[in-house]
Design a protein around this ligand. Sequence first.
Ligand SMILES: [Zn+2]
Ligand SMILES: [Zn+2]
Length: 340
Amino acid sequence: MEPLYEEHLAHGGTIVKPYHWLNFSLDCINCPYHIRTGEEARVPYTAFHQIFGFPYEPTNPPTKHLTFYELKTSSGSLVQKGHATNCTGNHTHPESMLFEMHGYLDIAIHNNSGIKHIILYSNNSPCNEANHCCISKMYNFLMMNPYITLNIYFSHLYHTGDGFPAAAWNREALRILASLWPHVTLSPISGGIWHSLLNNFVKGVSGSTAFQPILTGRAMADRHNAYEINTITGIKPYFTDVLPQTKGNQNIMAQAALESYPLSNVFPGQSFQGASGQLEPNLIPELRIPVVFVLVPYRDLPLIQVGENSHKLRLAVRHLNMPQVSIYNGKGSKTSPLEN
Ligand SMILES: [Zn+2]
Ligand SMILES: [Zn+2]
């Protein structure tokens, strides 16, 4: 059976119905519109702050999962951008939804052979817990489409700490996914990527207003994420450290800069804690003090090339304008919970 995949231009913007939209849950106010595309997929600043923890972590940890995505050609041209949210009714993570066989990305790349790079920016690192299998689906997707590269950036490590029952499982899955390097990179959001997210995915923020200072607390969390993902996967992430460096760190950074990583890794190789476990004196957190930021303009990063595909761009991702025939009368105009 052909998958039922449609993009609709609805009252609130362009929305995607995955093939399983017939099974949408009444317990989820986002159903079935979990994937949104284009400029309409921008989220309010308050939602970005609460879910991604920028410019600082909110008091209550977020329960929502939000993933921004970009689909790009081999030359780095943007084909499509958007976001995916988790389903609270069907207990589905956005990565699971995006990478499902016959799901959105599967159909998108088969309708547009120009798409070579998928870039995700998530508040949580991907998991592989039994109800979701996010990493397994990503892995299978990449096995089926070996000419596609996947770059994943995250602001929190999800269920990898020792207090979580599935932590060991998630860490092992992250290690296996990362072993597909250079087809896959797993990195913390850091430096100029924060400004790129503000510029491209947040409502009312663009141009110079996106260049907000990165606060010390956020920069420390990013550095910690870089350290942790390196420890879990054994692969250095792409990371821009905006915190002041100790003398020792500077030497390590200089060494790192000489190494030939394709994503210009700038990774000091140390956590923000010294060997004693004590915070180093010059890094005592004044969490909301801005630091000088952006060593490398994010847009200058080279995209990884994995093989060449001479096929010309055949067809843009579809935008069908047919909301009136939807059985979801009134649903298309409802406001996303991200608006609240
Ligand atoms: Zn839902
Ligand atoms: Zn997951």
